[in-house]
Unconditional design. Sequence first.
Length: 300
Amino acid sequence: MIYDALIVGAGPAGLTAATYLGRFRRKVLVLDGGQPRADWIPESHNTPGFPEGVGGPELLARMRAQAGRYGAAFQVARAQSLSPRGDAFELGLSGERSEPVQGRTVLLATGVVDIKPDLPGIDAAIRRALVRICPICDAFEAIGQAIAVLGDGALGAREAMFLRSYSDRVTLLHLGAADALDLPALRAAGVAVMPVSLTDVALGERVTVATGERDTAFDCLYLALGCEMQSRLAVRWDAEHDEDGNLIVDAHQRTSIDGLYAAGDVVKGLNQIAIATAEAAIAATDIHRRLREADPPPRP
Ligand SMILES: Cc1cc2nc3c(=O)[nH]c(=O)nc-3n(C[C@H](O)[C@H](O)[C@H](O)COP(=O)(O)OP(=O)(O)OC[C@H]3O[C@@H](n4cnc5c(N)ncnc54)[C@H](O)[C@@H]3O)c2cc1C
């Protein structure tokens, strides 16, 4: 069977595209490679339509149910290769018994993974929002708190300065040589700088940093260590991308490879749920237009 669209990734972008394409009456297979980044969200307060906030797992469950309602098929597998197959694409899948799957179009919604420091209890601390990853998402919930930012370069400095408009107690915990930082700019912004090594940092009720004689405690810790691509399927095929592997797309979410689309965090731009879902809607609509021109669907 050749699907109208293969969607790689079952996060907000992939699931939104599956709903749209299902409602366009397209045959869609969603390849679910496991834990989406959205699954880590303890509670999101900037996702449209949830004034009381929504947890990542609940949001994903709702989106998955919505896509399923319109006929999207799901398969738990990771796509390991992407190649042309006549007018279509073929994805090779992980797992001994996984046969390759084919689709007339492919949407990559493969997201990114955050780089986490090797700190005991880090995963549980992210789930209870003691450790945070995205100041754009949840700095509002840290207003007035003692905030630490763990970084090793320019990103840490930028996030610390961003957080200053939420609290007058922001400290950059800097890993590595501090001479890489613009200390006068940080001082002018009112950000304290504390050189640390990871062994100084402990996650308990609060975040504590052992500095000299005494511990310094913080209410939350933002990680500013960057992120990596989850999958380099399109990059391996030399689709246009930036130096970090983020895909570059046109206004219809088309990559530089004909018939290959991308949406969500894997695309260069702001990594947010609202963006992922918007890009997925645009991609799905263009995929439908493309297929409709080649092969009109049956009329009711
Ligand atoms: C702690 C935390 C809090 C956040 N809070 C917010 C918030 O409040 N508001 C907000 O807007 N954003 C928030 N974000 C960001 C948000 O989670 C992401 O922007 C969003 O999840 C991006 O959706 P996506 O579908 O592009 O990627 P993801 O959600 O990461 O989903 C990607 C999917 O692709 C799959 N995949 C990858 N490679 C393959 C492959 N080769 N084969 C098959 N499947 C594959 C993965 O397994 C995964 O299922 C937060 C992120 C974190 C970590």
